[in-house]
Design a protein around this ligand. Structure first.
Ligand SMILES: Cc1ncc(COP(=O)(O)O)c(C=O)c1O
Ligand SMILES: N[C@@H](CCOP(=O)(O)O)C(=O)O
Length: 465
């Protein structure tokens, strides 16, 4: 399998190359040159497989000859062996057609673990036998940071620099990052929002003083391997609800458009998906783009769903590229327009292509709290605020006889105050998180400038040998 950049000017890479590079050198994102497909019989044959074995079947075509099937199986079993639920991503029924897909049974209690536990192992596997040292730079609105740090803390050959917006993540989220004191982990609180942090990361990739000295890599969903691993749970859930014979819909709480893009990939691979609902909070750039083609950023508003307080959704570029005829030059021009103006219009092809599969909903704080109460009172489930955005959007759909699965993206105890405000219940952190509130924290706070953050990275990273 070969990987091409959405902006058409970066080298074409294999899976190993795309995983280690993270972001393409032309500023674009790597996508597979073609979508592999599974026949109806191949999808039906996934029924009854364990999560790890399902992952092997789905991911093998993307990995190409960079890993043998046995190597991939070993990595998947190691990654998913760290989850606390035997099903890894269990389904929970809420009422006749409403389901939750619980994605938070990994070490850091959010869906990010599903991909990052594997990505940590992939980095290690691809670095073994080389003298390459990776410098990972990432941005987080709360959950990617802890999942990535857990996946690479203490690993040989990797340093990680994780930027989070100061004061805009929950205390549990912050502590899950800043109490990891391994010498290869560097937490940086920046004075800005998540979009600023993400833009800084992309700028650092394009800064020769950093990119030429260090082997930079990414753990955000700009790294294709992240999304590849997230495609698996769409198949895993759908076959348990009657797929491929019966179509299933998904409602996905969305910020950076990674999780829902993985659902799009599952559909391109042949999984019958009736609808993919893009559920946003009041930071609704994606809802506006999908309803009337207006992709224009506003100010980021702070909400009770901090992980989705995003106005520039990196992975939307992947969708626009695919729907727009995979024309790298045109995509680069469209993104340059957005960078210059903070706004762009989707083309007719992009709008019409998206309309066939995607729906979208904007969910405000009141509707989010109402969905939490509904889940608690009617179904006895406590859901986190991000999941509640997805659930509120799912409950607005009218899809007779189609099961609709809301992706439950985080454990409710990560956002305990918001949960208590809405439901009166105060979920407790699972014991595996340990003495999070007793541990020492370590991080620096820096202005959100390339000079400050770039200098810090240059001073603390170890050059690639
Ligand atoms: C708990 C939670 N839900 C939803 C999202 C949104 O996912 P994505 O950025 O892949 O759209 C995030 C952050 O990414 C998150 O941490
Ligand atoms: N909500 C995310 C934002 C980054 O998203 P990613 O999926 O691109 O890593 C977070 O928790 O950090």
């Amino acid at each position: 399998m070969r990987y091409v950049s959405t902006r058409g000017a970066a080298p074409v890479l294999d899976f190993r190359g795309a995983t280690l590079a993270g972001l393409a050198s032309d500023g674009g994102l790597y996508v597979p040159e073609t979508w592999p497909t599974l026949s109806t019989d191949e999808i039906a044959a996934l029924a009854g497989l364990s999560y790890a074995d399902t992952a092997v079947r789905i991911m093998l075509p993307f990995v190409g000859d960079c890993l043998t099937e046995d190597e991939l199986r070993g990595l998947c079993h190691a990654a998913y062996g760290r989850f606390s639920h035997v099903a890894v991503t269990p389904l929970v029924q809420l009422d006749h057609d409403q389901w939750l897909l619980e994605l938070f049974h990994g070490p850091t209690l959010a869906f990010k673990d599903v991909a990052l536990q594997l990505l940590g192992l992939l980095f290690e596997r691809f670095l073994t036998g080389t003298d390459k040292r990776l410098t990972i730079i990432g941005a987080t609105s709360g959950d990617t940071g802890s999942a990535a740090i857990d996946a690479v803390a203490g690993r040989e050959g990797v340093d990680i620099f994780m930027l989070h917006p100061v004061g805009r993540v929950s205390e549990v989220q912050r502590r899950q990052m800043t109490t990891v004191l391994a010498p290869n982990v560097h937490n940086i609180a920046i004075e800005g929002d998540f979009d600023t942090a993400q833009a800084l990361v992309k700028t650092m990739f394009a800064t020769p003083a950093l990119a030429d000295t260090f082997a930079l890599s990414a753990v955000n969903s700009i790294n294709w391997a992240r999304l590849m691993a997230q495609v698996v749970y769409y198949f895993y859930a759908a076959v348990r609800l009657g797929g491929p014979g019966k179509p299933v819909a998904f409602s996905v709480p969305t910020g950076n458009f990674g999780d829902v893009f993985a659902g799009y990939v599952a559909s391109r691979m042949g999984l019958p998906i009736a609808k993919l609902v893009v559920a946003t909070n009041v930071n609704d750039i994606l809802h506006r783009a999908l309803t009337n083609g207006d992709y224009s950023r506003g100010l980021v508003e702070q909400t009770a769903t901090p992980s989705m307080d995003i106005q520039v959704s990196s992975n939307f570029e992947r969708l626009l590229f695919d729907l727009g005829g995979r024309d790298g030059k045109a995509q680069a021009a469209q993104m340059a327009g957005f960078d210059a103006d903070g706004a762009m219009r989707l083309t007719n092809a992009q709008q019409q292509g998206a309309a066939g599969l995607f729906g979208s909903e904007r969910v405000d704080g009141d509707d989010m709290a109402m969905a939490m109460r509904w889940a608690h009172e009617k179904a006895g489930e406590i859901v986190d605020p991000h999941t509640a955005i997805g659930l509120a959007a799912a409950r607005r759909q009218s899809l007779p006889d189609v099961p609709i699965v809301t992706l439950a993206t985080a454990h409710p105890a990560k956002f305990v105050d918001a949960v208590e405000r809405a439901t009166g219940a105060r979920p407790t952190l699972p014991a595996r998180v340990g003495d999070l509130f007793e541990r020492e924290e370590r991080y620096v706070t820096l202005p959100a400038t390339l000079a400050a953050v770039g200098d810090y990275v240059a001073a603390h990273a170890r050059p690639s040998r």
